[in-house]
Design a protein around this ligand. Structure first.
Ligand code: AMP
Length: 287
């Protein structure tokens, strides 16, 4: 695996590789890698001739400075994992390399409601910073295929809008969320959970599964909008009642627009965010 810290070196290499017609896959990450990240690398390897991974903890997408400061760094292990996973290229830039002219977002895109709700509401500025860095990375790497996880459902929706609005020539592929044996969605932040918090964390995926089952259950008498609202309310109350779970939201939304889901037919997604043991966790399931 080749490692590049500078854009010009990476681009020189990719351009030389571009001389042969090659399909380029790209997996952007913030490091502290786990099986979820590796599953995206594996999907890229299956379909692409060359797989590029980036590790960059992007300061502009952290609305909480202490979350940024505490973000886990396991770079030596990450490199080993990427080599074992058969990744071809790692892009490992520093903050100065990505933001030579400072962190200011000069041309932020307006994504509207899809970026204002849920995470947008609870983490102001997060998506603007995320879109800023993803656009930069896409312009540097110019991948044919971009692999992102369903774990960050709202993020991948916004990146779809970003690709369209900026007319970036890449196909976004959403990979399924990889989970621990008990159902907890894998996340770099999970290493910060202490033993009791780790035990409690499973409540999020349990609640999502229960809601998914309730929505799919046929033959309920309630009209659909009321039934969805009831399931949402019941799940919210349940999560709120668990000591140690600081619920931020549990919502059942339209899977494309993220507007409240109100009909039987539309594709829906249930999304949850909560702080457990001081660690902010998110998860979702299509329902
Ligand atoms: P991150 O390093 O957390 O920014 O994540 C990098 C990419 O990996 C994003 O596209 C995430 O959605 C994806 N990802 C994170 N956790 C998982 C998981 N448990 N399963 C699959 N993909 C994931």
């Amino acid at each position: 695996m080749l490692i590049f810290k500078q854009i010009k070196d990476l681009q020189r290499y990719l351009q030389s590789a571009d001389n042969k017609p090659q399909v380029k896959g790209f997996v952007p990450t913030m490091g502290a890698l786990h099986e979820g990240h590796l599953s995206l690398i594996a999907q890229s390897r299956k379909k692409c001739d060359i797989t590029v991974c980036s590790i960059f903890v992007n300061p502009t997408q952290f609305n909480d400075k202490s979350d940024y400061d505490k973000y886990p760094n396991t770079i030596a292990r990450d490199i080993e994992m990427l080599i074992d996973a058969g990744c071809n290229v790692l892009f490992l830039p520093g903050v100065k390399e990505m933001y030579p002219d400072g962190l200011e977002n000069k041309k932020p895109l307006n994504f509207g409601y899809v970026a204002e709700t849920l995470e947008g509401e609870h983490r102001p500025g997060h998506f603007a910073g995320m879109a800023q860095v993803v656009e930069k990375l896409l312009r540097i790497v110019k991948p044919d295929k971009l692999y992102m996880g369903q774990k960050d459902y709202q993020q991948q929706l916004i990146v779809r809008h970003l690709i369209k609005k900026r007319r970036l020539n890449t196909e976004l592929i959403m990979g399924a969320t990889l989970r621990e044996k008990d159902g907890l969605a894998m996340s770099s932040r999970n290493v910060r959970l202490d033993v009791p918090a780790r035990k409690l964390a499973v409540e999020l995926s349990k609640a999502l599964l229960k809601a998914q089952k309730a929505i799919k259950e046929p033959g309920t008498k309630n009209p659909e909008p009321r039934r969805i609202a009831e399931i949402q309310e019941k799940t919210t109350q349940h999560l709120r009642s668990i000591a140690g779970v600081e619920l931020e939201y549990f919502e059942i939304r339209n899977a494309e627009t993220l507007k409240p889901a109100t009909t039987r037919k539309e594709k829906k997604v249930a999304l949850v965010a909560a702080k457990i043991g001081g660690v902010r966790l998110i998860d979702n399931m299509v329902v």
